[in-house]
Design a protein around this ligand. Structure first.
Ligand code: CDV
Length: 308
């Protein structure tokens, strides 16, 4: 049996603060239809794909904050997305802001099967930015204020004939993200992101934004012998330029398909999961070559501590 998943990296251009869920879902559905035409099995949407990237604003009115969150999935605004994906026989990854019945707020992604059922849910582990208003910045990045830290950790799921995992945006910069899923046999890692070009605490990195995006994801793919699908919400969103650079990366670490612009755009590749084996059974045969007895600091220590 062939284990090829044809994946569509469904990059979105900017979403305005005034855009309705209905308008956004229409754009997602347009992506689904194009993906179907291109023979896709699975469509990957960005992080927080239903609204503008609201952590760029400091807000104190909880009702206003909660207006960016989904209380159910699918809900009234997203039902048509699920229905159309099922009708077209497509699975998808969707990032959204999740408000749980007990009042917790997560930056969440779900993996939905071709039958419209949710296969897995992931809540973001690495929340970047800050919790308090920092007016010196050109724009805020208040993920630490608006979201709770993950209670799911990094899991993987059987689906689409393989083993798939999920991550969200800042997670992609951390090798631990990929390795924890690699240790569960991940053959494909899906991740969406919203990455401003401008990095307020380190503006000297701005010119390297696209390079760091690609560097992190290619390293994660190669070092774990898995496919990585990274998908941006890009373009000038409410005056904040965001990187594109959505791409499909093979277990070799080579990017095999990528978007070219910073608007709504689909990049497609046929991803052979059996291509993982040549890495997972040789250079990165974990069972043979890893030395976990020497990796204890990875989990026992959080910050760097130089010797006395
Ligand atoms: N949404 C994100 O997690 N964005 C971060 C920014 C703040 C650096 C990222 O790692 O891309």
């Amino acid at each position: 049996m062939t284990r090829v998943i044809t994946v569509g990296a469904a990059q979105l251009g900017p979403i305005a603060r005034s855009d309705t869920r209905k308008q956004v879902v229409e754009r997602l559905v347009a992506h689904l239809r194009e993906a179907r035409r291109m023979g896709c099995d699975l469509v990957v949407f960005p992080e927080l794909a239903l609204t503008t990237f609201f952590p760029r604003w400091f807000m104190t009115d909880q009702a206003e904050i909660d207006s960016f969150f989904e209380r159910e999935m699918p809900g009234p605004a997203t039902r048509s997305l699920f229905d159309e994906a099922k009708r077209l026989g497509l699975g998808f990854y969707l990032g959204y802001a999740e408000l749980t019945p007990d009042g917790r707020h997560f930056n969440t992604a779900i993996l939905v099967g071709k039958d419209g059922a949710i296969i897995g849910k992931y809540r973001k582990v690495h929340l970047p930015g800050h919790a308090d208003h920092e007016p010196w910045r050109r724009f805020q990045h208040l993920e630490k204020r608006y979201f709770d830290i993950s209670d799911t950790g990094f899991k993987v799921w059987h689906g689409f004939g393989g083993i798939l995992g999920m991550a969200i945006c800042n997670d992609r910069r951390w090798p631990e993200t990929y390795r924890v899923m690699g240790l569960q046999g991940a053959e494909m890692i899906l991740l969406g992101y919203n990455t401003p070009v401008h990095n307020a605490p380190a503006p000297e990195h701005d010119d390297l934004s696209l390079f760091h995006n690609q560097l992190s994801m290619q390293a994660g793919a190669y070092q774990n012998g898995c496919w990585v699908i990274g998908v941006a919400k890009a373009g000038n969103e409410e005056g904040v330029p965001m990187i594109g650079g959505s791409q499909i990366i093979a277990p070799s670490g080579v990017t095999v398909a990528a978007t070219r612009g910073d608007g709504d755009e689909l990049a497609v590749a046929a991803c052979d999961l059996d291509a993982c084996a040549s890495y997972k059974t040789t250079t990165f045969n974990f069972a043979v070559h890893r030395m976990p007895q020497h990796y204890g600091l990875i989990t026992s220590r959080k910050g760097a501590e130089p010797p006395p």
